[in-house]
Design a binder for this molecule. Sequence first.
Ligand code: TXA
Ligand code: MG
Length: 321
Amino acid sequence: MATIGQDIVQAKTILEAGELVAIPTETVYGLAGNALNPRAVASIFETKNRPSFDPLIIHVPSLEVAEDYVSEIPAALRKLAEEFWPGPLTLLLPRNKIIPDIVTSGLDRVAVRVPNHPLTLNLLGQLGFPLAAPSANPFGYISPTSPQHVDAQLGGKIPYILDGGLCKVGLESTIVGMEGNEVIVYRLGGLEVSEIEKVVGEVSVKSHSSSNPQAPGLLESHYAPTKPFIIGNLDDLIKEWHGKDMICAVLSLKKRFSSIPDEYQIALSPKADLKEAATHLFSAMRMLDSSNAQLILAELMPDEGLGKAINDRLKRAATKG
Ligand code: TXA
Ligand code: MG
């Protein structure tokens, strides 16, 4: 079983030996290995059961170090890095040959980010290589936002989980790249599009497609609980499913429902703060998924700010009819 602790020296030793460590970031926990060691990277795919066509993000301690692994940083993306790193922003940049093919699934661009977590920044600063790290969950399941989430599913497969507490943002990073002169958002995430637009002007969002060749990992069905997960108007859904005598769990922004026992309902933010809702989203989905309920009913958030990224996750989690 994995040891859970805060020992950076131990984490470093394990990573230098080509093994894996789960690392905290402000977004979600990552399953990290030496990005320059193809065997370590292969074991990330294996541990997660992740298909090899879905490339990984490399994590570095600074913009300066990022330059060692890319051939160029377009001016607009450099501005974003200067403004938002360390933070929940991943940039797709033309890769330098030092990055093994297995990291990018053979694509010409590598995804790079500087995570904003003191333990992980400290660790990255002491390593002589970047860390390839997807979210530390089995492929397709809900991303982990605590060391216990990682331990529950991957604890038997990895030696060490670096304990950085609960993730403050709670949603994966926003992924941004360029096509010609245009800045494109490929995955909505913890950095709001409006923040990006303040720095580089208007951008296009291309996050909704399983057939998008630029981001093969953005599969339509993802972040999915094991129980049926149904999105809609909660009053209507409760009437329908509770009425059929099904044990329903309910995920709302702030509303509570008198017909549903307390242990089967979670309001993500009683004051309707979308940032708070984002922080709680994945742990709430996991909690309801492990309850005795037979299905989970959920509502979409207001379609603004982080609500857009939350809604993206809810829709991908939803049971397809
Ligand atoms: O917040 C995050 O980004 C977390 C933490 C651990 O840093 N990581 C994360 O990794 O969410 P993952 O592997 O679960 O999601 C990465 C996404 C995938 O959808 C993948 O397809 C896309 O990034 N991606 C990675 N490299 C890419 C590339 N070269 N071109 C296009 N898409 C890429
Ligand atoms: Mg993931």
